[in-house]
Design a protein around this ligand. Sequence first.
Ligand SMILES: Cc1cc2nc3c(=O)[nH]c(=O)nc-3n(C[C@H](O)[C@H](O)[C@H](O)COP(=O)(O)OP(=O)(O)OC[C@H]3O[C@@H](n4cnc5c(N)ncnc54)[C@H](O)[C@@H]3O)c2cc1C
Length: 374
Amino acid sequence: MTRPSAVVVGLGAVGSATALQLARAGWEVIGLDRWTPPHRHGSTHGETRVTRTSAWEGAQYVPLVARANVLIEALAEEVGESLGVRCGGLFIGAPDDFHVAGSRASAVATGIPYEMPDAAAMATRWPELVIPDGMVGFFDPGAGVLYPERIVAAQLRLAEAAGAELRFGAEVLDFGVDGEGAWVRMAHGIQKADRVILCTGAWMPDVLAGLGLELRVERVTQHWFAERPEAPRRSLADAPVLLVSDGQGALTAAFPTIGGRIKGAGHGSGFFTTADSVDRAIHADDVEPVHTLLQRVLPQHVGPHLESATCLYTCTPNGQFILDRDPEHAQLIYGSACNGFGFKFAAASGEILACLAIGISSPVDPGPWRLPQR
Ligand SMILES: Cc1cc2nc3c(=O)[nH]c(=O)nc-3n(C[C@H](O)[C@H](O)[C@H](O)COP(=O)(O)OP(=O)(O)OC[C@H]3O[C@@H](n4cnc5c(N)ncnc54)[C@H](O)[C@@H]3O)c2cc1C
């Protein structure tokens, strides 16, 4: 009897997880990527990503991130490598800012642990911080930092070890259905399979345009600053990951120091582009707002700017992921899990996509991430 087969297109955060799950389920998997992940062309580069146990995106994301955390911890154990650190996460802002109020609402709704330190409590516990007036804190003790390149590389290694065939430099130009199965077309030929799973990140707008869904790609930037060597008390290497509001609606993340460098990244930019035409040069006005805010909040630690990188958010119209089968052709499956917050969920998103391909129920119900009804 021949094994069921799948082609996974795009082997970044979501696709590498999907390929691993399907290969482990005994499927014949061909994974295709136009570059060699992990790489800097898409959405999964820059050393670190925030993970949390709370979810300002909505309580429906709490079980998804819980499942992803289990999968990532198992992955780390299996590969014998550190894939992140649970340093806690402190989210600072006005009480009604989405990252404070939304995180609290999700924690209350699901019963996960959290703390709401006031300014005095934050000053005692994290004396390196200068908290702007009127701001409160939401502390997620299970939050932390993940290492995206290591995770993608580990998932791909294990997928290959489980029998997946991975092809890099393999750009998929088109896809479609063929009877009960599906196909993808590359420059050098056609590959057929029982299922095709499309996880092309910032290239998903082209994939989903055929369904009348308009995804937008947002240019964002991430920056590294030197930790000042004279910084008092302790290095930020022991600090929680921070999400800090500038008081005017913009949110910036600050990561614990790695190798003497503090990373900062703004959440969103409002600048929409395409994955192939994005301006990858770094400009002074990319760096300045992040640098200024971090110097205000961590004045004794944040030193000169070192380097920056552009990155891409893929934004769905309703801000929710898409983890679903094609409405007319169940052999085509779509995974678009970004909106600027998708990495922490990606291991579980890939598991859902694999379960949709196999036709079994997944540990987390994908109901909230169905394609909008047409
Ligand atoms: C600056 C920045 C900060 C972020 N911070 C966080 C954070 O702190 N926490 C968090 O949870 N999330 C965060 N995110 C979001 C998260 O990183 C993304 O949701 C996630 O990495 C997206 O993974 P993906 O698999 O969808 O895309 P990718 O990892 O980009 O993978 C898509 C893959 O598809 C391939 N591909 C595309 N087209 C084709 C084709 N035609 N043929 C073959 N292959 C193709 C690409 O080469 C690529 O490898 C951030 C994103 C950015 C940009």
